[in-house]
Design a protein around this ligand. Structure first.
Ligand SMILES: Cc1ncc(COP(=O)(O)O)c(C=O)c1O
Length: 494
């Protein structure tokens, strides 16, 4: 197959060129009915290709023609047997993987530091989660990946597991030993599902971690929009081998996709695949070099630290994606949130993620050397500026917590009910401060990175309450609960 072709994008161009007189959705009719101010800004061309499945435009739900060819090209480029284009992100990818691989009550091993969309998959499928503890890095204050040893122990403790689900890389660009884990999982006769939302570029460069398709994952997902050039919400689900039922997967995808997909998004997936297949190595080489250079310069700034490939081999860090530049700002006395805010307010720079100790800058094929230089210069200036009242000083609240050992990513609370049963149970609101001992009916995930501290079906413990109080105090956004200020919390009625 010819990777320089973009069959789906071409199909849209052909439709426009044919000058078809449209009596069909979307109602803006190729921009004619669109508010002028919006149309002027977004441009005529995007309006012209915002169409709907029609003869000549194939159908994402039942592909037979240009979508089929575009997906086959993507499968070939990624070394998968089948690839499905998704238009609701890896969020829907996680839900589709679970709905394909597990039935109600089936056990599935999942890392605790999964994205909250994994919990959506558990609620929808009714599966029984067996949580695997990722490696916790006390120095960097972050979770890394699950190790092969943890996977082995989990399989031994739960021989009735149906599948193992992994997240790799993490939000911070740390990757698991996927080849070894794939071998262990497949030797045990189980399915391997991989949330590789942050690694859509891995397959296209030797200096990046091994991709999930190359490792032989049965199902894996990529957020093509995160690190490659597709529009937001665009993702791909890849399937390899003969362990999953392909008819079930196809049926699930049909259930999750809109019957009115946004066709420019679909075309952007087609074009992003071509870009990687034909120019990926060159574009990524430039990106990797830019990120490595920025990291080296940041590491020369007093008070800052950016971990890198020298950390490979530490627990849970099998490999590292160099395009994620994680800057630990604790040495400046600031929190990551504060530095993120300073970068935006003073320097007009927006980073991808901030947590208590770090900011994370993504370097992608779209990052320019000018932008990289601005980031480094801004961090340098911040480091020379007046230091804040140090939140981490011995009398500061964070340091006290760190020293008392009470600030730690909390342990997984006991699971009292299946996530699905708790989510669908009779529930009530109680005051957050009085919720200890109750069974939570919501997901509570400080965002970023969106890792649940409490999941539906789990008991609310003292440890989770104090951790969440700290996160709230530090100004972290809490995602998942109805009341995002966490004054009240939804629990299962007793
Ligand atoms: C590990 C992981 N999986 C899945 C998702 C969801 O991806 P999307 O935003 O493409 O729906 C995210 C989002 O940040 C993520 O970090």
């Amino acid at each position: 197959m010819d990777q320089s072709k973009t069959p789906y994008f071409q199909a849209l161009l052909n439709y426009v060129d044919a000058g078809v007189i449209p009596f069909h959705t979307p109602g803006h009719i190729q921009g004619t009915g669109m508010a002028a101010s919006f149309r002027e800004f977004v441009g005529d061309n995007i309006c012209a290709i915002d169409l709907t499945p029609m003869p000549g435009l194939d159908d994402l739900l039942q592909p037979t023609d240009s979508v089929k060819e575009a997906q086959e090209l993507a499968a070939l480029a990624y070394g998968a047997d089948r690839t499905f284009f998704l238009i609701n992100g890896s969020t829907s990818g996680n839900q589709c993987m679970m709905m394909t691989a597990v039935n109600p009550g089936d056990k599935i091993a999942v890392p605790r530091n999964s994205h909250k969309s994994m919990l959506g998959g558990l609620v929808m499928s009714g599966a029984f989660p067996i949580y695997m503890q990722p490696e916790v890095d006390e120095d960097l204050h972050m979770d890394h990946c699950v190790t092969p040893e943890t996977v082995t122990q989990t399989l031994e403790a739960h021989p009735d597991l149906v599948a193992v689900y992994l997240v790799t890389p993490t939000y911070y660009g740390v990757a698991a030993d996927l080849a070894e884990i794939a071998r262990i999982v497949h030797d045990a006769g189980k399915l391997l599902l991989v949330d590789e939302a942050w690694g859509p570029h891995f397959h296209f460069h030797d200096e990046l971690p091994l991709s999930a398709t190359a490792a032989g994952a049965d199902l894996c997902i990529n957020s093509t929009h995160k690190m490659l050039s597709a529009f937001s919400q665009c993702a791909m689900l890849h399937q390899t081998g003969s362990r999953v039922r392909v008819d079930r997967l196809a049926a699930v995808i049909k259930m999750f996709l809109s019957t009115s997909p946004n066709l420019p998004m679909v075309a952007s997936l087609d074009v992003a695949r071509k870009q990687m297949a034909t120019q990926g190595e060159e574009l990524l080489s430039r990106t990797i070099a830019l990120a490595r250079d920025a990291r080296a310069r940041i590491n020369r700034i007093d008070g800052l630290f950016s971990f890198g490939e020298e950390h490979k081999g530490r627990p849970g860090i099998f490999d590292i994606d160099p395009t994620k530049v994680v800057v630990t700002v604790r040495g400046l006395g600031y929190t990551g949130y504060e530095v993120s805010e300073l970068l935006r307010r003073r320097y007009n720079i927006q980073v991808e993620l901030a947590d208590l100790f770090n900011v994370v800058a993504l370097f992608t094929i779209g990052t320019t050397s000018t932008a990289a230089g601005r980031l480094v210069a801004a961090l340098e200036e911040i480091s020379h500026g007046e230091r804040p009242v140090d939140m981490f000083a011995p009398s500061g609240i964070l340091e006290q917590r760190l020293h008392r050992g009470s600030f730690r990513l909390p342990k997984t609370p006991p699971m009292r009910m299946l996530p699905r049963d708790a989510f669908l149970a009779q529930t009530e609101f109680v005051a957050f401060r009085k919720s200890k001992g109750r069974v939570c009916a919501e997901t509570i995930a400080p965002y970023p990175p969106g890792i649940p501290v409490v999941a539906p079906g789990e008991e609310i413990t003292d440890e989770t309450l104090s951790y969440l109080r700290l996160e709230l105090k530090a100004g972290v956004r809490i995602q998942g609960p109805y009341d995002d200020q966490l004054r009240k919390i939804r629990v299962v009625k007793e």
